[in-house]
Write a protein that binds this ligand. Structure first.
Ligand code: CA
Ligand code: CA
Length: 578
């Protein structure tokens, strides 16, 4: 929906200046990177005074990460940031210079204004899917969930595990979150009463732990540069509740982890957006606070070396960095989305699935760049002022994974970051429709904490396939805004697959879906591909669906053959049945 409206705006642009569509798609992704007027993020070779930049018109030099010489350099707002960056890159003291990008939450707005439905576990189809209807009355598929109920038998989490929610803040007073909010014990001051007794005080105007932040007892607000990271938007509170709304307290909902210490780090404002400079400070702060994992349900800026630097610093400390894959419906292998695309070991990008284990139509994906998916459509969680409600987005998928990571860290307290990541990846459930979309599959808390092997689909022995010549082509070029549908039936076949001799559609937007004869999705294709076989479908009929959007028609596809297997149906001897 969002994409269509934006593309209509850009279409006018297209006619007038003839921009090619690939550029248009790139521009459109994440609304295009925006940045703060008059501000540049720079890394300097050494501690440098502002006088070095006066000639360029600099007004102010503000330290972001002092031990890495990263600064914000401020100029009059009317100055051309791109031209300034060009000049700064030539400056002898500058290692790199980049715009102070603006990031936004990766969600869609709160559904309705209700926000106070029955506060209960059954609304969390992502935790335990019994086929219950979602908020739009759509029945789910039993088992399309992260198996939290089974995982909790083994592990419900620990307050020793610290997860930073780098977001719009957290309503840390929420009835279902307060007990899981991390308190910075190092910040508590001591004083002696007139009667001689030793007292403790959380806010004494002193930076007791010497981390550079005064009275940061429950985190920090980088928007207002204050010690109050209260959520004034709702997004961060929702994310926090999915990771760790208090379990077993008889109130409201429940997070993936019943117990976890959530660190509130606010850099996104009351409209859900924030700057690169504040993102850099937030990640640096959470790193220095010694968290085990960070949840980053935001994105949209361009590549930033400063952001890469602080994420790498977190990587060196063994801190897992979970990042929403983005909501443009695009392929991150081809058009990168940040911060989810940074290539450090600690970065885990998360795509969103619905209550039938289909990839959400808004979800970005990428076989190489998006390792996992998690529930992200119609997710029920906490909202400010003791409220609850539904949100959708890769923003909501990411905290499911953060929650599973929190359970893993509680179950394996001595494991390294690499081991935790390995356990997460090894325990995902293989989802047929996602096999070309994400590296592994949908996360599963039960297989993660128990270490049990998730069931894997066993492909047919290649020697059993029988080949049949069969020509089937889409129109060349296909038409925009259409759904084409073909079926190939081979009587008696128990499994089938088709071979594309040529395949060329608009990546991310014009998709071929393969279904088995029960209507289950077994494969999806998009983009320009070398000749290839589809994954196999059960039954004697294979269905091929081409769905195109309103823009850009390409060649389509040619199928030149299919293969089938006819297996003997063995009827077990009734006497051996137990
Ligand atoms: Ca402090
Ligand atoms: Ca609760």
């Amino acid at each position: 929906m969002k994409r269509i409206s934006l593309l209509l705006v850009f279409a006018v642009f297209l006619v007038s200046v003839g921009v090619i569509h690939s550029e248009l798609t790139r521009l459109n992704r994440g609304n295009g990177p925006n940045f703060v007027a008059g501000e540049v993020v720079v890394k300097l070779k050494q501690n440098t005074a502002i006088t070095a930049f006066k000639a360029l018109g600099a007004l102010n030099l503000e330290s972001l990460v002092s031990d890495r010489n990263i600064y914000t350099l401020k100029f009059p707002q009317t100055m051309d940031v791109k031209a300034l960056i060009g000049e700064l890159k030539k400056h002898p003291h500058v290692v790199y210079a980049e715009p102070n990008y603006i990031y936004t939450t990766d969600d869609f707005s709160v559904s309705g204004s209700g926000m106070v439905p029955d506060p209960d576990f059954p609304k969390n189809w992502g935790l335990h899917n019994t086929g219950q209807k979602d908020k739009n009355d759509q029945e789910g598929t039993i088992g399309s969930d992260i198996d939290a109920l089974k995982a909790w038998v083994e592990q419900t989490g620990s307050l020793e595990v610290k997860v930073a929610v780098i977001d719009t803040g957290i309503d840390y007073k929420h009835e279902d979150l307060a007990a899981n909010i991390m308190h910075n014990t190092g910040e508590v001051g001591e004083y002696t009463d007139p009667d001689g007794t030793l007292k403790h005080k959380e806010t004494d105007g002193i930076d007791n732990d010497g981390n550079g932040f005064i009275d940061d007892v429950i985190g920090w607000n980088f928007v207002k540069n204050s010690n109050n990271p209260m959520d004034d938007y709702g997004h961060g509170t929702h994310v926090a509740g999915t990771i760790g709304a208090v379990g077993g307290n008889g109130v409201g909902t429940v997070g993936v982890a019943w117990k976890v210490s959530l660190l509130a780090v606010k850099f996104l404002d009351s409209g859900g957006s924030g700057s690169l400079a504040d993102a850099v400070k937030s990640i640096d702060y959470a790193t220095k606070m010694g968290v085990h994992a960070m949840n980053n349900s935001w994105g949209g800026g361009g590549f930033s070396q400063a952001l890469a630097d602080v994420i790498q610093a977190a990587n060196e400390k063994g801190i897992i960095f979970l990042a929403a894959a983005g909501n443009d419906g695009g392929n991150n292998d081809k058009s990168p989305h940040y911060p989810s695309n940074y290539q450090f070991e600690n970065v885990i990008a998360v795509a969103a699935t619905d209550n039938k284990d289909n990839l959400a139509d808004f979800s970005n994906h990428g076989k190489t760049t998006v390792p996992v998916s998690a529930p992200g459509v119609g997710i029920y969680s906490t909202l400010p002022d003791n409220k609850y409600g539904f949100l959708s987005g890769t923003s909501m998928a990411t905290p499911h994974v953060a929650g599973v990571v929190a359970l893993l860290l509680a179950q394996f307290p001595n494991a390294t970051m690499a081991e935790i990541k390995q356990k997460l990846m090894n325990s995902t459930e293989e989802i047929k429709a996602l096999r070309r979309k994400v590296t592994s599959g949908r996360v599963n808390a039960y297989y993660a904490v128990t270490g049990y092997e998730p069931p894997r689909f066993v492909p047919t022995d290649p020697s059993l396939w029988v080949t049949q010549e069969h020509k089937l082509s889409s129109p060349h070029d296909y038409e925009n805004d259409k759904v084409y549908n073909w079926k190939i039936t081979h009587p008696g076949a128990t499994r089938m697959r088709v071979h594309f001799s040529k395949f060329d559609t608009e990546a991310g937007y014009d998709t071929v879906t393969i279904k088995d004869d029960a209507g289950g999705v077994v494969d999806t294709f998009e983009g320009t591909l070398d000749p290839l076989w589809s994954f196999e479908a059960e039954g004697n009929t294979i269905e091929i669906i081409l769905k195109t959007d309103k823009y850009v028609a390409r060649y389509g596809f040619d199928i030149d053959q299919y293969q089938y297997v006819i297996e003997n149906t063995v009827t077990p001897d009734p006497t051996t049945l137990q």
